[in-house]
Design a protein around this ligand. Structure first.
Ligand code: GDP
Length: 455
């Protein structure tokens, strides 16, 4: 994809340093090289050069590197100028370059974006470059490098390949009659379902065990009104972030708070109480909460422990059913709140696969147990990650797997090739958004705008 304008930006950190590097990419780069250097340097060789002003006076001198298209990072003509790391000199050089027609300053992440748009890297690799620059631990550096090598993308590409073969197999059968479908397709479909299922589960397992999620963990507080959700958010964040009243429905939308639990950074989300309501605003809040649950790592489901045990059991089992319906692997901890009003002991219990922690969000009793539990379960251990996964990758895989399960059910019920083809195409799109074979401008803006200038 050819971009009309040529972009320029400093690649090195602003401030005084021994060397300052500028990168220029685009159609005009050859002309810029001729004007600034008086010649086109030998491709991919370090060439000593004087960097010239319009009137041929010397602005600076240093090394020039010339990468003609398509053999460059962006896939376009690229020139790198390594001069003296004085911000004043860099500014003068940039001004000089900008005085040449169709040249402008690069936006954050624009070099990476061009590399992606020109097919030099996929979206996961572009994100890995940003992750690499921002890695804070050695294992994150290793994980980012592995992602950059394409180690994560290849799992997705394999899955998409299975999907595409499946699509070709069944789309050629669309004109078959119902009986023929029963004879010809059932085996093919079931065989492919099995392959897809295996590959999905394999990727999910790898993500769970071998990936490092870069973003902070998302913990959502959910539960019936008046159970003490907002009180819990306030006490966890040590400030009065949410309004606490005994009037049900006070929290109507989502409240986000970044908190630090003994060095473990996470994002806590307080939600509207889950209950049947006719109030439209409350209803919207509840629906948004249920929607956002799917993107979280951990649910703290708050129950008022002073209500009778049968109701507590019903509330918790109804919720587990609801979450299972969504088929998510999100962890749930049940918080039995208002324990200060009872004579029960504080602490943690495990019943089947679930933890129940008795606390008082009013007095803070039991909170240390909850914090320890969250750190134990959620804190990224210094594990050797095979690669860095971003939350958006995990989310797209979950959405695609959900569509897969839906497609399986629909096939058993209707044996309809068109419906199956539609689902496979949607799965293909959802997975394609991970590596960028399907990408909207909005998605690209969201990703690249968080990069630094010069990347
Ligand atoms: P939410 O609707 O679930 O967000 O509940 P709130 O946090 O607004 O609390 C509802 C009411 O319960 C308020 O009057 C709180 O003061 C009270 N409350 C919350 N947590 C506790 C607790 O641990 N013990 C006692 N005694 N009261 C609590």
């Amino acid at each position: 994809m050819i971009q009309n304008d040529t972009i320029v930006a400093p690649v090195t950190y602003p401030g005084k340093s021994a060397v300052g590097i500028l990168r220029i990419s685009g159609m005009n780069t050859r002309r810029i090289a001729r004007e600034i250097l008086g010649k086109i340097p030998k491709p991919r060789f370090a060439t000593y050069a004087k960097f010239l002003n319009k009137n041929k006076t010397i602005l600076d001198q240093g090394i020039s590197l010339w990468f003609p298209a398509p053999f460059s990072f962006t896939g376009e003509d690229v020139l790198e100028l390594q001069g003296h790391g004085n911000p004043l000199i860099m500014d003068l050089l940039i001004k000089r370059i900008l005085s040449i027609k169709n040249t402008r300053l690069a936006k954050p992440g624009e070099f990476c974006e061009r590399a992606f748009l020109n097919g030099k890297i996929d979206l996961v690799q572009a994100e890995a470059i940003d992750d690499l620059i921002n890695s804070e631990t050695e294992s994150m550096v290793k994980g980012s490098l592995n992602s950059l090598e394409g180690n994560f993308s290849c799992y997705i590409t394999n899955l998409v390949e299975i999907l595409n073969t499946f699509r070709v197999n069944i789309e050629s059968s669309i004109d078959f009659s119902e009986e023929e479908i029963n004879f010809h397709c059932d085996d093919i479909v079931n065989n492919n379902f099995q392959k897809l299922n295996d590959q999905f589960l394999n990727i999910k397992k790898i993500i769970k065990n071998k990936s490092i999620i870069r973003e902070s963990k998302k913990i959502i507080i959910i539960g019936p009104p008046n159970a003490g959700k907002s009180s819990l958010l306030n006490i966890l964040s040590s400030r009065n972030r949410a309004i606490v009243t005994n009037i049900p429905g006070t929290t109507r939308d989502l409240l986000y708070e970044s908190i630090n639990i003994d060095g473990f950074l996470c994002e806590i989300i307080d939600t509207a109480g889950l209950h049947d309501t006719d109030n439209e605003i409350e209803k919207m809040g509840i629906n948004r909460a249920l929607e956002i649950v799917k993107t979280c790592d951990h649910i703290l489901f708050v129950i008022d422990k002073t209500i009778d045990i049968a109701s507590q059991k019903k509330i918790s089992s109804d919720f587990i059913k609801k979450i299972n319906l969504c088929n998510s692997g999100i962890r749930i901890t049940f918080i039995l709140n208002k324990n200060d009003l009872l004579k029960d002991s504080f602490g943690i219990k495990k019943i089947e696969d679930f933890y129940f922690i008795s606390i008082s969000a009013l007095t803070g009793q039991g909170l240390d147990v909850l914090k320890k539990h969250l750190i134990k379960v959620e804190k990224n251990k210094e594990k050797e990650g095979l690669f860095i996964a971003r939350r958006r990758h995990v989310h797209q895989i979950d959405l695609s797997y959900r569509e897969f399960l839906k497609a399986k059910k629909t096939w058993v019920k209707y044996k309809n090739i068109e419906l199956l083809a539609e689902s496979l195409s949607l799965m293909n799109k959802l997975l394609g958004e991970i590596i960028g074979s399907f990408s909207s401008n909005d998605l690209l803006n969201r990703i690249f705008s968080t990069f630094c200038i010069g990347k």
